[in-house]
Design a protein around this ligand. Structure first.
Ligand code: ATP
Length: 250
């Protein structure tokens, strides 16, 4: 029997209405499934609607047409089953790392599970030593680790990531990619990850959803069966990058 996908986009359109300007169709008939435990990258040129797709999946905006389901539930707004990590770390600047993780979590006042939070700060993201620092005392990579710890502390089934490593230097970016892969392979969470880096998509994804712009339409779905551990710049991954670029050019 076929499993219910963790996330399903079914003929999703998005039209934005702006004052004194013609409406703009950003997404046109977007349909795809994300299976349980899959790592999917949304890839495409600037403005093709990657963030819009992610925001619709998060329930932050409603599509103009079509439906989105997470498991068996229709997405009508944000939910604890879906955690979001943005490019701009979205930490409260006046709270410490630990307070950010605790405040962002769903356990609510009086029911803070310190052991669980310390696990996500420590073992999972390596942020335990920095738990009492304010965001301004952290590097970009550390801020993003803290944001990931906060999302994981909610134990979402689906993690939606909008160019989470886009603002980081290449070394930090690779380190965080590897940490994310470790988290993913240990937890088998379902991840939908937005990027405009072909290399990043080829390294991380099991499935690459390639989009084209104006309006954003699905161009191709490319499966990447390369086994883990993957090696950057290996023949296999370069082959995947080539396949992606070939489709991009068509
Ligand atoms: N609220 C809005 N109102 C009007 N237009 C919008 C709105 N949000 C996004 N857009 C437009 O929709 C298009 C797609 O934007 P989106 O941010 O989803 O693209 P993207 O593929 O994530 O781009 P980038 O890679 O540059 O982040 C853009 O042309 C953008 O200007």
């Amino acid at each position: 029997m076929e499993q219910t996908p963790k996330l399903r986009f079914d003929k999703v359109d998005m039209v934005f209405f702006r004052p004194n300007q013609p409406p703009v169709q950003v997404l046109k008939s977007i349909s795809f499934d994300v299976g349980a435990g899959e790592f999917v990258c949304l890839l495409g040129p600037s403005g093709c609607g990657k963030s819009t797709i992610l925001n619709i999946a998060a329930g932050l905006i409603r599509p103009s047409a079509g439906t989105v389901t997470a498991g068996s539930r229709l997405v009508t707004g944000p939910g604890w089953d879906r955690g979001v990590v943005f490019q701009e770390y979205a930490l409260f600047p006046w709270l410490t790392v630990r307070e950010n993780v605790v405040l962002g979590a769903k356990s609510g006042a009086g029911k803070v599970d310190h052991v669980r939070f310390d696990h996500f700060l420590g073992v999972t993201t390596g942020m335990y030593a920095h738990k009492d620092k304010l965001p301004k005392e952290l590097s970009g990579g550390m801020k993003q680790r803290a944001a990931i710890a906060r999302t994981l502390a909610n134990d979402p089934e689906i993690i939606l990531m909008d160019e989470p490593f886009g603002a980081l230097d290449p070394y930090t970016r690779e380190a965080l990619q590897d940490q994310l892969v470790e988290i993913w392979s240990a937890s088998r969470k379902t991840i939908m990850f937005v990027t405009h880096s072909v290399e990043e998509a080829a390294y991380l994804a099991g499935v690459v959803i390639l989009l084209k712009a104006h309006p954003g339409e699905l161009k191709a779905v490319i499966r990447n069966e390369t086994r883990w551990p993957r090696e950057r710049a290996s023949e296999e991954l370069i082959g995947i990058e080539r396949a992606i670029r070939r489709v991009e050019r068509t």
